[in-house]
Design a protein around this ligand. Sequence first.
Ligand code: CP3
Length: 351
Amino acid sequence: MGISSNDPFLLRVARGEVLDRPPVWMMRQAGRYMKAYRDLREKYPSFRDRSEIPEVAIEISLQPWKAFQPDGVILFSDIVTPLPGIGIDMDVAEGKGPIIYSPIRTSEQIDNLHPLEPEESLPFIKPILQALRQEVGNKSTVLGFVGAPWTLAAYAVEGKGSKTYSIIKNMAFSDPSILHQLLGKLADSIATYVRYQIDCGAQVVQMFDSWAGQLSPQDYEVFALPYQQRVFQQVKATHPETPVILLASGSAGLLERMTQSGADIISVDWAVDMADARERLGKHMKVQGNLDPGVLFGSKEFIRDRILDTVRKAGNKGHILNLGHGVLPETPEDNVAFFFETAKNLNAVAV
Ligand code: CP3
């Protein structure tokens, strides 16, 4: 396929080209901090409706595109969206997040799960991704995303978000074969889903291992890393040209190990200085991040200084500018606009 100068900016940098400023997008850029999103939420109170009715999901995905022209436009969805398609029913509750009605606790339940068939169980994904590509053309890059096996297993086993992860850790440390059975099945279905998103138009895919930072590094090597590898290996076997990003929240103790996942780009949070992250990841690994989302509560001068500091520390090659995690719901839209404007006006000389 090769690199074409018609390709959008973020995709070119993700594939290794050196351009004169870093591409920029924001995790959770579609969502609650935007008035347009809150207004639409009144009309469609169910998260599953908002993310599974193509016209609504398309409109929400495009709200930040229309307001700020980021270099990346991410599919509006959730990491738990594919679970019903493998036999795990769920909902996403307002203010709480995912709810799994019958949490997975036994080997019999895992035997009853079935491989994902995206055409059948996720019929809304193709029209959404096709419409996003159509709308942004080569002016922005369309990103898909999935949850990683460990993080989806945490929701499936706990039944909801958790502070301690006691139930899944009990399983991991007292009966690991059940958990490995679940992680393997999830990895294969997640790989199928990533390939499907790419076939439908996603140009870069990010995998969220949001709860991998809850594991000690030695347990990360047993319960998270091998399954990240299993997903990325399967995806690279059929789609070697599509860049993949890996994020784990609270990953400061895991960065070196994350380079073994097979990801092309590691998303770094603000608990690590970007210059240190660069050193620890090695000069061949591309990076994404890593402003504290709270920076967007600061003054315009403060936001600008932090952008410049991050961009200098990351260097001009293989960096996608982003927050270290999702934008916070209370963030002023004006500051988000300023963040994008400042980032898009950077150039190599000024930095
Ligand atoms: O980035 C984007 O703009 C795409 C949208 C997106 C959502 N969820 C929409 C959403 C993305 C990328 C996700 C991923 C996701 N979902 C993750 C990984 C990212 C991370 O934060 O580490 C996780 C862990 C989930 C699970 C989940 N879904 C949580 C923890 C919550 C938040 C609960 C809350 O209300 O604070 C959700 C619900 C959710 N998913 C919302 C949005 C916009 C908020 C609910 C709403 O708007 O009504």
